[in-house]
Design a protein around this ligand. Structure first.
Ligand SMILES: *Cc1c(COP(=O)(O)O)cnc(C)c1O
Length: 367
C-alpha cells in the first residue's frame, strides 16, 4: 500500500492515525461485537460516541455553554437555506460576497426570501469585480445594525482568501453567521464573536454528509412556520441532533479527528503547524518567477493556496508529473485556473516539503 500526499480541497485527506484506528475498530467497536456503522443511534454505545465528540469539540473551540452544537446532514449547502429559514424572521440579512461560496449562500438566501420566506437579503459588499483576490475592507461594507444577521465565509476554499484576524470581522451589532467549512479547527477562534458557525465536515473534520452547526441559544426557536422539522434548529437541538437517524459513522470519525487534534496540542498546536506549512509554500511562491499566487498578502488562506504556472499550457504536464511523484489532486478550480494546494490540518509538513521540491524541480526543467 502506498499513500500519496493528497492536496484535495474536499473531501480531503484525513489523519492517517484516525484512519488506522477506524480500520481497527471497523468490525468491533470497543467490544460491542459490531462496528459503528451497524449500531443503533439510540443505543448506549453511540450515545457515548456522540457525547464525547461534542465534549471534545466544545473543549477544542472553547464553545460557551449558551451555544448549542448540532451534528446535521445536507452539507454546508443545506445551511445556505436553513440559515434564512431559521434566522431571518421576516427581517433583513446582510451578505458579504468574498468568493464563490459566500456568493452561493447569498443567492440561495435571496431565492428563498423572494419565493415565500419573506424578508430581504442585502448585498453588504462584494469583491467579485476584482476576481475575489482579497477580503472586504470595513469601509466598503454597507451594514444594517438591525439586521437579523450578517453572513460571511471566513475561508473561501476556491479563491484561497481567509479572514484569519477576528479584528477584521464586520463591525456590527447584528449576529455574525460564518461559513467556516474549510478552516474550522485550523486556528483558535473566539466563538462568542459569532451568532452561528457552520462547517461541512469533509474539509477539516471528517467524511462528507455531516455538517456541524454551533448556534447561540437565543437565535433558535424562531424558524419560519414552513420550515421542515429536520431543518429546524430548535427541533434538532431539542432532540440532540437525533430527530431522525444522524450520520453516525461521519460523527464517529469526526470524534476521532477531535481526539487526534487534542493530541496535537489542540488548536494552538495545530495552528503552529499550519503556519509553518503555509509560510513554506507562500515563501516559495513569492520567491519564484515561475509560479504566482495572486491573493493580497493579508487575505491569504493557510488552508487553500491557489497558484498559477508561468503558462497555462504547462498545467497538464505539471499535474501528470506531480501525480507520478505521489502528489495528487492539485488541479485548481475551473473558475480560477492553474493549481490549488489544499493543506488542511491532516496534511503533514513533509507533504508540503515534497510539493515545494517537486515544484522547484518542475520549474527548472520547464522554465
Ligand atoms: C465545500 C464548501 C461548501 C459546500 O459544502 P457541501 O458540504 O458540499 O455542501 C460550502 N462552503 C465552503 C466554504 C466550502 O468549502
Amino acid at each position: 500500500m502506498t499513500r500519496v500526499f493528497n492536496f484535495s480541497a474536499g473531501p480531503a485527506a484525513l489523519p492517517e492515525a484516525v484512519l488506522r484506528q477506524a480500520a481497527e475498530e471497523m468490525l468491533d467497536w470497543h467490544g460491542a461485537g459490531c462496528g459503528v456503522m451497524e449500531m443503533s443511534h439510540r443505543g448506549k454505545e453511540f450515545g457515548e460516541i456522540i457525547g464525547r465528540a461534542e465534549a471534545d469539540l466544545r473543549e477544542l473551540l472553547g464553545i460557551p455553554s449558551n451555544y448549542r452544537v448540532l451534528f446535521l446532514q445536507g452539507g454546508a449547502t443545506q445551511q445556505f437555506a436553513q440559515i434564512p429559514m431559521n434566522l431571518l424572521g421576516g427581517g433583513v440579512a446582510d451578505y458579504l460576497v468574498t468568493g464563490s461560496w459566500s456568493k452561493k449562500a447569498y443567492k440561495e438566501a435571496q431565492h428563498l426570501a423572494a419565493s415565500g420566506l419573506g424578508g430581504s437579503i442585502r448585498l453588504a459588499g462584494s469583491v467579485e469585480a476584482e476576481g475575489f483576490t482579497r477580503l472586504l475592507r470595513q469601509d466598503e461594507l454597507s451594514l444594517d445594525d438591525n439586521a437579523a444577521y450578517v453572513h460571511l465565509c471566513t475561508n473561501e476554499t476556491i479563491h484561497g482568501v481567509e479572514l484569519g484576524d477576528e479584528a477584521a470581522l464586520p463591525a456590527t451589532r447584528a449576529p455574525l453567521v460564518a461559513d467556516m467549512s474549510s478552516h474550522i479547527l485550523s486556528r483558535s477562534i473566539d466563538v462568542s464573536r459569532y451568532g452561528l458557525i457552520y462547517a461541512g465536515a469533509q474539509k477539516n473534520v471528517g467524511p462528507s454528509g455531516l455538517v456541524i452547526v454551533i448556534v447561540r441559544e437565543d437565535l433558535i426557536g424562531h424558524a419560519h412556520p414552513m420550515t421542515p422539522a429536520v431543518m429546524d434548529y430548535k427541533v434538532m437541538a431539542d432532540n440532540g441532533s437525533m430527530l431522525n437517524t444522524p450520520p453516525t459513522y461521519a460523527i464517529y470519525i469526526a470524534g476521532l479527528v477531535f481526539q487526534w487534534l487534542k493530541a496535537q496540542g489542540g488548536l494552538a498546536g495545530i495552528e503552529a503547524q499550519n503556519i509553518e506549512k503555509a509560510d513554506l509554500l507562500y515563501r516559495f511562491l513569492d520567491d519564484s518567477d515561475f509560479y504566482e499566487n495572486r491573493v493580497a498578502v493579508a487575505s491569504r488562506s493557510r488552508m487553500n493556496i491557489p497558484f498559477l504556472l508561468r503558462s497555462e499550457a504547462l498545467n497538464d504536464a505539471f499535474l501528470a508529473e506531480a501525480k507520478a511523484a505521489g502528489l495528487t489532486q492539485l488541479k485548481g478550480h475551473k473558475s480560477v485556473g492553474g493549481m490549488r494546494a489544499s493543506i488542511y490540518n491532516a496534511m503533514p509538513i513533509a507533504g508540503v516539503r515534497a510539493l515545494v521540491e517537486f515544484m522547484q524541480d518542475f520549474a527548472r526543467r520547464h522554465g
